[in-house]
Design a protein around this ligand. Structure first.
Ligand SMILES: *Cc1c(COP(=O)(O)O)cnc(C)c1O
Length: 497
């Protein structure tokens, strides 16, 4: 064996192609330089603009056809550094609070490098990736007080976690024949409930699961943007009497617009009384269960039949990584079970995986996303992560106080968690111009690279929206935000008057 290996090495085969570097030493030098630059980007990010648009010249270059002849690693690594480090969306910046972006971490960067370095596909092989993901799922089971028979899967994000949770719920409610025969044989229409503030990924899941977008019944919300439980009960009984078949209810643990948390225990009770599957979309908030101070807001999470959440939001992990937990592991597997001779697990060897992730989700091949999350939890410990989440919430309340104290700014929704909606309230322009003014103001904030909130519309009002899942933010970043918003607001007023 050793002999033949040595012989192979001594006589490189002429004309034999490979994609390995021709000169490993030279490549190593280039790779080290690239890693240095990536880490320096993170270290010095505070001094950079939050965002810069891709310049037209580069945009034009990026429309060129694929090269027939390779450009070589030196050129390509340099190009990547020039493009990627200069024109990202800015998620890693201390003044990025748009949408919900978890900032990323240096340890996560190294973990992603390792995961791709060994080209791991997680969950379907008898290897370390499968073991590490399994430990991470176990940690999540503990965090959310799910029973030992609960199963889970690391997903690309909460969109897919919502699809998986609702797929299992659909099959558990309608029977496994549904998987064989589809929905067409049903004599009553299955319907699912969620609040009017539910995330669009749940609508998407309804379409993909064959239930139909219109079968997602949107329950009104109260003045805190939480699902009205009375309305939920009324809608369920009305739908039943109209011949529909309620199968599931989706509660939000942190809505995307305002961070509102539905009364999880209350929804759980109604779901149980009506024999419905109880799914929680906890993409934004669920992981704040780590913080002892915030955990109290999430009573009832532990009652979910299925729970979706995102590591790339409030666990600060680099994109992408989310997770789904299913209380009843047997039901989870039943929804994704397949029989394929080429996937049968042998007793020993590389394919010996008794609980392949292939029968817990949509994907067969799946990257080793668990590694960065596992590494972060081990590096920082749950305690520090919880403290940071609490800091994010306290800092948003600090921003709230600044806004309340300022005559040109208006708080537009209650602050339930780490999301705050506000707007510039012009004394010099008519109310009907406020939506346009705030839109313009947001674009200038981005274009000038000052700060990156995003926006939403609440009761017809265009509002600036800050979601703080940023471990780099300091209070003076919020001081700066208030200053920038007021300066730009006055500037636009002057131009439009
Ligand atoms: C972000 C988000 C999702 C979708 O999650 P992805 O990770 O983007 O797939 C679902 N629900 C809520 C409430 C979200 O904020």
């Amino acid at each position: 064996m050793q002999n033949s290996e040595a012989t192979l090495k001594e006589q490189p085969m002429r004309g034999n192609l490979s994609l390995d570097p021709a000169d490993w030493q030279a490549f190593t030098g280039l790779a080290h330089e690239a890693l240095d630059q990536v880490l320096a980007y993170q270290e010095t990010i505070r001094s950079k603009p939050v965002w810069k648009p891709v310049p037209p010249k580069l945009e034009a270059e990026l429309k060129q056809a694929a090269p027939l002849k390779g450009l070589g690693e030196k050129t390509v690594i340099q190009d990547m550094l020039d493009c990627v480090l200069n024109y990202p969306a800015g998620h890693a910046h201390p003044r990025f609070w748009g949408w919900v972006a978890g900032t990323g971490t240096a340890i996560g960067t190294v973990a992603d490098l390792l995961a791709s370095g060994v080209n791991a596909s997680s969950g379907v092989f008898n290897d370390i990736a499968t073991r590490i993901e399994s430990q991470l799922i176990g940690w999540m089971r503990d965090l959310f007080q799910f029973p030992t028979e609960a199963t889970g899967l690391v997903t690309s994000g909460a969109s897919v976690a919502n699809i998986i949770g609702l797929a299992v719920g659909r099959d558990a409610q309608l029977g496994q024949e549904i998987r064989q025969q589809g929905l067409s044989g049903l004599d009553s229409r299955p319907v699912v409930y969620a609040s009017q503030q539910v995330h669009s990924s749940v609508d998407k899941a309804m379409g993909l699961l064959g239930l139909g977008l219109e079968s997602l019944r949107k329950v009104p919300v109260n003045e805190r943007y939480e699902m009205c439980l009375g309305s939920l009960e009324d809608m369920i009984s009305q739908d039943r009497s109209r011949g529909m078949r309620p199968i599931a209810v989706v509660a939000s643990a942190g809505t995307v617009n305002t961070g509102a948390i539905d009364d999880l225990g209350g929804v759980a009770k109604i779901a149980k009384a009506n024999h419905l599957w109880f799914h929680i979309d906890g993409a934004i908030g669920a992981l704040a269960n780590i913080s002892p101070e915030l955990k109290v807001k999430f009573a009832g999470l532990e009652l979910a039949d299925s729970l979706a959440f995102d590591f790339h939001k409030w666990l600060y992990a680099p994109y992408e990584a989310g997770c789904v937990l299913i209380r009843d592991g047997a039901k989870h597997r039943a929804s994704f079970q397949v029989n394929a001779s080429y996937l049968e697990a042998p007793a020993r060897g590389i394919g010996a995986v008794p609980d392949s992730s292939n029968i817990r989700g949509l994907q067969l091949s799946r990257g080793f996303k668990a590694l960065k999350v596992w590494a972060q939890i081990r590096d920082f410990g749950l305690e520090k992560i919880g403290q940071l989440q609490h800091q994010n919430v306290r800092d948003v309340h600090y921003l709230k106080e600044l806004i309340l104290a300022h005559q040109d700014l208006e708080l537009m929704a209650p602050v339930a968690l780490n999301i705050l909606c506000f707007r510039y309230q012009s004394k010099r322009l008519e109310c009907v111009q406020w939506n346009d003014l705030n839109k313009e103001l947001l674009m200038r904030l981005h274009e000038q690279g000052l700060a990156a909130p995003s926006s939403t519309v609440l009761n017809g009002n265009f509002v600036l929206r800050v979601a703080n899942t940023n471990h780099r933010t300091r209070r003076n970043d919020f001081d700066a935000l208030v200053e920038y918003v007021c300066k730009l607001g006055r500037e636009i007023e002057r131009e439009w008057q």
